[in-house]
Design a protein around this ligand. Structure first.
Ligand code: PMP
Length: 361
């Protein structure tokens, strides 16, 4: 293939071309140091400058209030599924909203560490909706309420977040962080693997309200303790410096797009093109999830039968589209329209869908 693909991968996913080009230009000799950023000490001034600037950019773009700390961790969002109960449960109950595949993984992991309660589940509806916030039911002395902001596989997304009062709200934002404005003060903690909206894989962003950290049992290993990373500004051990540098470039790119309000506008337009292709297809395409729970990041849809879906994937690949096959656990089709997926890609997909329907409808 020549040029850039129409990349709808679910993660790792498209990165902004401008970011890749800047990284390329700086690859061999970063800031006249005579070396790439991958080759320098994480204790040196140049790397530390990037590290701290990345935190400052996050603070600015997300308007993070005082009292929170930004951490750059490793092990992906999946490691957070364990770190959260390890650091916060301590004999108390962790409450979870069960919205689909990723919530399920978080719940299963937490069960190894203590008492888990389900505040609501959309299982009866095959995870095709986000439960109404008014139906959430959790103990007022729960250690936290955990939600999965965007279910990457099913294609649902919280449109609003619950007001949990005194119970800290913890959210997995792996697949929708920085896609729209966020009121961080609503949360005790948010976390996200970088490889969808923030940069390459290898770094996990955690934003944590510092006063939530109580005494963590000595049995919790050093690297699995938030306090270790908090005290050391995420430099207790060697950080994933190259990934953090890429996040830095992506954040500057987001700033250039008008910050999160600008990005949200773009995302709404992009995803709107694809949902519109589904909704105007007179049933040729059907959206998988309830209209009021539709994700602005992962558009999931189906055709009349699996054979036709296979044909769609094949024809789309021949036309230069990547990543439209749904997750193997649920089948169907999925277009992931993260921040860096261009409007042009979405226009091309919408036109492709109309043409495929014309030929096969
Ligand atoms: N949570 C969500 C919502 C995800 O989409 C993913 C990855 N697709 C994960 C968690 C797991 O992330 P990681 O691969 O970084 O562990």
């Amino acid at each position: 293939m020549t040029g850039r693909a129409y990349n709808f991968n679910a993660g790792p996913a498209a990165l902004p071309l401008e970011v890749l080009q800047q990284a390329q230009a700086e690859f061999v000799d970063f800031k006249d140091s005579g070396m790439s950023i991958m080759e320098m000490s994480h204790r040196g001034a140049i790397y530390e400058g990037v590290h701290n600037e990345t935190q400052a950019l996050l603070k600015e773009l997300l308007a993070i209030p005082e009292g929170y700390q930004i951490l750059f961790l490793q092990g992906g969002a999946s490691t957070q599924f364990a770190m959260i109960p390890m650091n916060f449960l301590q004999g108390r109950t962790g409450s979870y909203v069960h919205t689909g595949s990723w919530a399920d993984k978080a719940i299963k992991e937490a069960k190894s560490f203590g008492n888990v309660q389900i505040a609501a589940t959309s299982e009866a509806n095959k995870y095709m909706n986000i439960p109404a916030l008014s139906t959430l039911n959790y103990p007022q002395d729960a250690a936290y309420l955990h939600i999965t902001s965007n279910e990457t596989i099913e294609g649902t997304q919280f449109q609003q977040y619950p007001d949990t009062g005194g119970v800290p709200l913890i959210a997995d934002l792996s697949s929708d962080i920085m896609s729209r404005p966020l009121d961080v003060s609503q949360f005790g903690m948010i976390y996200a693997g970088a490889q969808k909206n923030l940069g390459p894989s290898g770094v996990t962003l955690v934003i944590l309200r510092k006063d939530l950290l109580g005494d963590v049992p000595k049995s919790v290993p050093t690297m699995f303790r938030y306090d270790t990373h908090l005290k050391n500004n995420s430099l207790y051990n060697t950080p994933p410096g190259y990934s953090i540098y890429m996040v830095n470039l992506v954040l500057k790119w987001i700033k250039g797009k008008g910050g999160l309000a600008g990005i949200e506008q773009l995302n709404r337009e992009k995803t709107g093109l694809i949902y519109n292709a589904i909704d105007t297809s007179e049933g040729f395409y059907t959206g998988c999830v309830d209209a009021d729970s539709r994700s602005m990041m992962n558009v999931t849809f189906r055709l009349a039968n699996e054979e036709l879906e296979k044909q769609f994937v094949k024809a789309s690949e021949a036309a230069g589209f990547i990543g439209l096959k749904g997750h193997r656990s649920v089948g169907g089709l999925r277009a992931s329209t993260y921040n860096a997926v261009t409007r042009e890609s979405c226009e091309a997909l919408s036109a492709f869908m109309a043409e495929f329907q014309r030929v096969n409808g």
